[in-house]
Structures are given as C-alpha cells and as structure tokens.
Design a protein around this ligand. Sequence first.
Ligand code: R5P
Length: 283
Amino acid sequence: MKIIGGPASQLLASRTARALGTKPVLCEFNRFPDGELYLRITEETENERVALIQSTPTDSDFVSLLQLIDACEGARELNVVIPYMGYARQDKKFKPGEPISAHAVARCIRADRVFTINIHEKSVLKHFPCPAENLDAAKLVGEYIAGLGLKDPLLIAPDSGAEGLVKNVSSGLGFEYDHLEKTRLSGDTVVIKTKNLDVTGRHVVLVDDMIATGGTMAESIRMLRDQGAARVYIACVHPVLARNAVLRLFNAGVKDIIGTDTLERAESQLSVAPLIADALKGL
Ligand code: R5P
C-alpha cells in the first residue's frame, strides 16, 4: 500500500510508512502566486492501493486533502486517514440557521474507507459517504503516562465528555480516575465547578480529547493546584493549542503538556503511527 502524507501530517505519515516497512510517497506542496494551493504526488497511484494521511486543522489543510483525493482518483483502493478532523465539534445545529459543519466537511470525502482518531463526536462518522471507523489512542496515551513514573497518580477528565476517554486511558493500568464538571461561557472561557479531591502531594494528569484555547485545562489546573496537587500534567490526543494556549497553561502552573502527533506540534510527545499502521495492516 502506498502511504501518502498531506502537508499537515508529513511526520505521522512517515512514521506510519516506517511502521509498515515502507517509505512514504514524496509529495510536493506549494502555493500559486495568488495564494491558491498546489500539490503533486510524485509517484503513480493508478490501480494502486493507497492510504492518504492528512489532518485538517485549517481550511487549507482540508483543501489539500480534497486535492490529494482527486489526485488519487485512479487508485484501486483509497483509504483516507484524518487523524484530527477540523469542524467535528459543530456536530449539530446549536442555533437555527447554522450548518452542521461536520456534515458539510465529511460529505466531501470520496474514498473507499475513512479512519479518524478520537473524533470529537462519533455521530459524525455517519456523515461520510463511505464506511468510517474511529481509532482510539487511549491505550497509547495510557502507556505513555505509565512510563512517566508519576507519584501516586490520579487521572482526571475536565468535563463529563472526557469521562469515557479517561476511563479508557486508565484501563488495564490500574490508575485511579475521576472527572470534573465544566460550564462553557464562551469560546475561550469556562467555569470548572470546585470539587474536593484527594490530590494533596499527588501527581495529577488531566486528560481530554483536545486542548484548543487551553481555557478548560487552565481552569482545571488552577483548581487542582489550589487543592495541593504537587504536579499537574495535561494529556490530550489532539494538541490544537490555538492562540496563546501554551502560555495560558504554563501560567496556570502545568508541569508538562503531552499530546500525540495527530497534530504535529512541539508538544506531540507520542505517536499514533502504530494505531494507524495496525488499522491499515488489517485491511
Ligand atoms: C470539548 O468538549 C472538548 O473535549 C475540549 O474540552 C475542548 O475542546 C477544549 O477547548 P478549550 O481548550 O478551548 O477549553
């Protein structure tokens, strides 16, 4: 199978190809003078089995994914891996007149099969016009946390939406886990309800599917530090880390930010390549 990485997932595609014992196909990425995107796959894909790997954190990344799919039109089998899918959080109409953006995006993906990783809302999968499967990086995140040698660790989900994830991350590793309650006031402001927890002197890891503006985690870190947690780490699958999120988190007292390479950031300390490689091997 030919592994083709888009501009947002070059490292992850390369790691996946290596895990499968092959080399990633070389692509060229550029822009026309007017700003429009140009790309070229430098190997023939006609009648080949292909896996495209491209996260879509930006609109340009989404256009690049559509271009890659179009460039592979003659492939015998086209698998599209979207490790981080942008717009997945607008999974319903919150107000009249709004689009279901996740639907608008997913319906454009013409492929034989789609894989996502810890997509924000699994109901989005039904919007793809082909079979779509969500892969779970929880085990990889849990193993990474287990390797940190933390003192009396407690894993905490910052809201009820992340309860399932923190449970899966802890699963089989014997970590104690709990969750907080969050109310969102605006795009970057949240309130975390105070909860008395047994964190004094302990190493706490906050676990969520993604960190966007850092508001959720910053408020949670403050509460846990106020209650005497010795160290607070944050772990997520998708380190979106928009705007000044990193500064907000360190200002709140985080010990370290742990993310995966579904988004390639300085904080992407662990790779989901084994997860993707296993899924592709199973086809
Ligand atoms: C929302 O439900 C997600 O799981 C995250 O909690 C949220 O996207 C984090 O956003 P922010 O970092 O902007 O608070």
